[in-house]
Design a protein around this ligand. Structure first.
Ligand SMILES: *Cc1c(COP(=O)(O)O)cnc(C)c1O
Length: 468
């Protein structure tokens, strides 16, 4: 399997060559040259596999330059019941006939990003061992991504994590999750500022190419192809759990921000998984819903991005969306390049009056949007009707999923976080605190380890240089 860029300017590379990289050299995103096709007999064989066995079958098709024995070992160490708290890894709960929740948030940070990030930690360690290099991961977080990256990279050989977060702006739970880590290779930097200040520092450091090279600075952002590949697995797992035969179709409801999770669903469908609809749900930040309703992709500015009660979907620009457009335009990289010339300038593009808009239908994606009132109402309704408490992001997905589902087609709603992470909204919806999973009882009382710094790129650089 070779990887090419959505903008056509990268010589084909192997999986290992793109694993540690961010954007391709031409500014595009890495994509497999072709999607592996899964035959009906593959599906028959895979139906009975455990999560790690299934993950191996899928990932070996994308990471075919990693020896099978090594890949199997990496996967077996990643998807364990110690880390994900059940043998199924992503258990399916049935609320009523044809309505299911796929639990993706039983990993160490209680959000679905762990599924890909835990694998990434082991893949990075393996790749760095081979090259005898050490990597300094620099990131900015307002919550979920940073903690998921830290829990995946803690204690890993050859990896140090520098994670910037806005001082005093995360929830107590999120802060404690990150800052209570005592591993020497995890360095939390609380910046006196807001999330955008943190992100600006990361950009400034990344643009200093000499510094970046000298200290071998990397990222773990959501455009990393290995993260998308890891997420393909649970679409297959969910499908098998919700159906009896491979003649059946299912639809998935997916709460979306950066188009990462649903991108994996799109790839699963292209590979031949019988997915009828991929139902994309946004919150008030509805840039993706706008595209799938109107054909116009209009990324917003930071100032236009609203802070909502499903904060992990508060994005103004969906970084993985370029991958979908690459497929939509029939993999014509020059077309993608042309469209992103506008996007990279902060402008929009509109496909409504082009033949491309017609073909969007062929990809099965439909969309809808949610807001604070509807997500609270959904949490309440799911609790009253089924006795289950869901988080705010999952609620956005359920709300839109129920609106768009078709009769006779089972609907699988992806659960992307546990409610304990967003207890304020849960109390508002059902009048009581969500349950705490065991192991988290005293989280906020644990000793914390972090440094506080001004929003100053040079200070952050000196700190990295001192530690590295
Ligand atoms: C990141 C995240 C999302 C959005 O996923 P994308 O891959 O960015 O579309 C949804 N819910 C939760 C809880 C998240 O952490």
């Amino acid at each position: 399997m070779r990887y090419i860029s959505t903008r056509g300017g990268m010589p084909p590379k192997t999986f290992s060559q793109i694993l540690l990289g961010g954007l391709a050299s031409d500014g595009g995103l890495a994509m497999p040259e072709t999607y592996p096709r899964i035959s009906p007999s593959d599906l028959d064989e895979w139906r009975g596999l455990s999560y790690p066995q299934l993950a191996f079958e899928i990932l070996t098709r994308f990471a075919d330059d990693i020896p099978a024995k090594d890949l199997r070992d990496i996967i077996n160490r990643t998807y364990t019941s110690e880390i994900f708290h059940s043998k199924e890894i992503t258990p399916l709960k049935t609320l009523s006939p044809g309505l299911h929740i796929l639990g993706l948030s039983n990993g160490p940070t209680l959000a679905f990003k762990d599924i890909a990030m835990q694998l990434l930690g082991n893949l990075f360690e393996y790749a760095l061992d081979k090259t005898r290099k050490s990597l300094n991961i620099l990131g900015a977080t307002s919550g979920d991504t940073g903690s998921s990256a830290e829990y995946a990279m803690r204690g890993k050989r050859g990896i140090r994590v520098f994670m910037l977060s806005p001082h005093g702006k995360m929830s107590l739970f999120q802060t404690a999750q990150m800052f209570s880590l005592q591993d020497p290779n995890i360095l939390n930097i609380a910046i006196r500022g807001v999330f955008d200040d943190c992100q600006d520092i990361v950009k400034a450091v990344s643009n200093d190419h000499a510094f970046k090279q000298k200290y071998y600075i990397g990222t773990v952002n959501s455009i990393n192809w290995a993260r998308v590949a890891a997420q393909i697995v649970y679409y297959f797992k969910g499908y098998f759990a919700a159906t009896r035969s491979n003649a059946e179709q299912v639809s998935f409801a997916v709460p979306s921000g950066n188009f990462g999770n649903i991108c994996a669903g799109h790839v699963a469908r292209m590979m031949g998984l019988p997915i009828r609809q991929l139902i994309l749900a946004t919150n008030e930040n509805d840039v993706l819903d706008e595209f799938f309703r109107s054909g116009c992709y209009r990324p917003r500015t930071n100032a236009e991005t609203r802070h909502t009660s499903s904060p992990s979907m508060d994005i103004s620009k969906a970084s993985n969306f370029e991958r979908f457009i690459f497929d939509l335009v029939g993999r014509d990289a020059s077309k993608v390049k042309e469209l992103w010339r506008s996007v990279d300038k902060g402008a929009s593009f509109d496909l409504a009056d082009t033949p491309l808009w017609e073909s969007v239908k062929d990809f099965g994606i439909v969309s809808g949007t949610s807001n604070h009132a509807s997500r609270i109402a959904t949490i309440r309704r799911v609790y009253q009707d089924y006795g289950m408490v869901v988080d705010t992001h999952t609620a956005d997905g359920i709300k839109v999923g129920l609106e768009k589902r078709e009769s006779g087609v089972p609907l699988i709603c992806l659960e992307t976080a546990l409610p304990v992470k967003f207890s304020e909204s849960i109390i508002e919806a059902i009048g009581k605190e969500p349950d705490r999973p065991s192991g988290f009882e005293n989280l906020e009382g644990l000793p914390q380890r972090y440094v506080v710094m001004d929003s100053d790129t040079d200070a952050v650089k000196s700190f990295i240089a001192e530690q590295a």
